[in-house]
Ligand binder design. Sequence first.
Ligand code: CUA
Length: 307
Amino acid sequence: MHVSVFSPASPQATELLWLWNVCMWVCGFILAAVTLPILYIVVRYRRHGENEPPQIAGNKRLEIVWTIIPLALVGFLFVLSIRTARAVDHHVSREPDVVVTGHQWWWEVAYPAANAITANEIHLPVGRDMLIGIEAADVIHDFWVPRLGRKIDAIPGRRNFVWIRAEQPGDYEGACAEYCGAQHAWMRFRVVAQLPAAYDSWLTAQAAAAITPASGDAKLGQTRFGELTCANCHNIRGINKQKQYGPDLTHIASRKMLAAERLENTPGNLKNWLRQPNIIKPNCEMPDLKLSDGDLTVLTALLESLK
Ligand code: CUA
């Protein structure tokens, strides 16, 4: 079932939608007040030379009126915007609960207090005000979950903040809202709002190191993960630890989607992604390693074991 992005699911999004609606009505009024008289005049005086209206130069009263009305409208919208901004953005007085970093073209999601890190899937507990820090690793991106909150730019070298309080459990679509290169359209993510107990157990599981596979294809995959260059970019905590460059894979099998919502996370899709990342997502940073069928099978087995 598809829910409209205009169906707010947080107090922040409710405020924003209200302001958006007021602006739309004000703009609709202006549109009507300008176009209807023009249409009337075009039709009424369409024949040249007939019914020529009296020619007037200057009208002080009219000019005062059409100066005051726009000023009043702009002032009205300004006051409402300040009011909404105050309702949506609380004072930032503590460390963020979640730090989200935009990369070309995926989102890193860190929970500093729990020492957990994941990608493209942000879990939040319902009913709690969550402070999200927004950063960027390369170029300017923009974090946007229409049903939960406002847009906020992700800017390299700077941390921005957004407050989100999800009221109902569910999955909420998010997207990058600032053009950032070839795969901007596939820089999507999801927010999964959960009841607090479910959120806590999810966070505990994400913070844990990977369980090293004992045998079979997954074990072979672990060896190949090190031998091939996968381990230079991707972390699997408990198996290797690099400076994070690509998405953290410690619990990749627990995620619903692959490659920033590009593919559903199934074994077949995962294997296909490893086989031809640049066909599925042209220009992405994930290289085509020309993996053999054997490598594809054991690497898929390894990643599928990382629940
Ligand atoms: Cu990142 Cu658009």
